[in-house]
Design a protein. Sequence first.
Lengths: 108, 108
Amino acid sequence: MSNEASYKDKKVITIGIVRELTGLSERQIRYYEERKLIFPERTPGGSRKYSFADIELLMDIAEKIEDGVQTFEIRQEMMKDKKKAEQAKLRKKMIQGQLNAQFGIRKA
Amino acid sequence: MSNEASYKDKKVITIGIVRELTGLSERQIRYYEERKLIFPERTPGGSRKYSFADIELLMDIAEKIEDGVQTFEIRQEMMKDKKKAEQAKLRKKMIQGQLNAQFGIRKA
DNA sequence: ACAACGATGTAAGAAAACCTAACATAATTT
DNA sequence: AAATTATGTTAGGTTTTCTTACATCGTTGT
């Protein structure tokens, strides 16, 4: 039932590299965090750490900003998407439960 | 014919994070570079950048060192492996060439 | 029209992270 | 015994990152 914390989601990239990879300024990257669009982790010393997924998200954000969408709206979209994803996951889990009840492996 | 520079091979991780992820000291990590077991890239300012693949390699190296293998021997093994991999790639390419010659798409 | 907000730049000072070079050491190898 | 290997440690310097504050300019709300 595999659920590896894959390369894509591991928070290991510092802000300078993110700047290079996205073309955004550090100011922008930190600002989008302030607006709760992105959530880096921190080193013990307080430096931000991002994942590849974060980088992709930042590039999506940048595109929307260029299209005149405000951080506020982007955040709303994101919350909607998150909710939908969670519900999908829940449905899947429920179906899984049904299947297990009917056909699941039982203890010997 | 797909050749994504995947997350795994992108050099984006600084040495401090590598230290955390591998449990090795920075001294060790730099030393293995000196012994030509690993080849980080650099930022413009000179800081080392590693990939996830590098991290896995470092953990393999660490294991061998614990088993008493010397960096020198590890390096030899690695060169052998690399050579074998290259030859396999070459064979594959040649077969591909054969196939193309026989059945390949021709210009209209 | 004007005040508030949104997005970004820039500057300052401090702290964290990283660099190289050098010396030390204990355990092998030669 | 001398050289080499692997690693720790220290020192001084440079790069990277952090937060806070102020500035600007365009957009939004009243």
